[in-house]
Design a protein around this ligand. Structure first.
Ligand SMILES: [Fe+2]
Length: 188
């Protein structure tokens, strides 16, 4: 229910382009801080990031959905129906702003996050999972994917800045599946 790749799914240049576009747009419209109910993140949704959206549309089909099919396919009724329901770039900043995200469960079927900057840029960080009682750390361009229902949070950073691309993936046409998947893993 939790996977971490041993290789980058995005190149350094692809990651840098996403961060640059996000900071560029944020200098005009500012990072949003209230999009996700009880667990708000400092983020920019993909709809505000046209270049990233264009890139990700292809990357989802060519790289991310095929990977998720291999990882989660046996638990899903029709893995060909994987669709991104929400995607956004999150910024953690030790100098001010958001430093962590408290433990929570996402409302989708599968969630993923991709590290957009180098692990040398910050201390701490990573995705904390209750089932591991530990934070999973990844290098730039690598991806962590997990059942959305697993209790997880953004482990706090103590220095620097950390950028991630977060995606909430659902199964199109299987509206109740988030809840069924949730029930399978909620005690993990
Ligand atoms: Fe989450």
């Amino acid at each position: 229910m939790l996977h971490k790749t041993k290789f980058p799914i995005f190149t350094k240049e692809e990651c840098e382009r996403i961060v640059n576009e996000a900071e560029d747009i944020a200098s005009k419209i500012e990072w949003t801080k209230n999009r996700h109910g009880n667990f708000p993140t400092t983020d920019l949704p993909l709809v505000e990031l046209p270049e990233t959206m264009r890139f990700l549309r292809l990357a989802l089909v060519e790289r991310i959905y095929p990977m998720l099919k291999v990882q989660f396919g046996e638990y899903l009724p029709d893995p060909s129906k994987l669709r991104l329901a929400d995607g956004f770039v999150v910024k953690y900043d030790a100098a001010g702003g958001q430093k962590e995200l408290k433990p929570h469960r996402d409302g989708s079927v599968v969630s993923f996050n991709i590290a957009l900057n180098s692990a040398d840029d910050f201390e701490g960080g990573g995705t904390w999972f209750a089932s591991l009682d530990d934070a999973v750390k990844i290098n730039q361009g690598e991806i962590v994917s997990h059942s959305s229902a697993l209790l997880h949070g953004g482990h706090g950073i103590t220095t620097g800045k950390r950028y991630i691309l977060v995606g909430f993936v659902i199964l199109e046409g299987y509206d109740s599946w988030s809840m069924r998947f949730y029930n399978q893993v909620r005690n993990l």
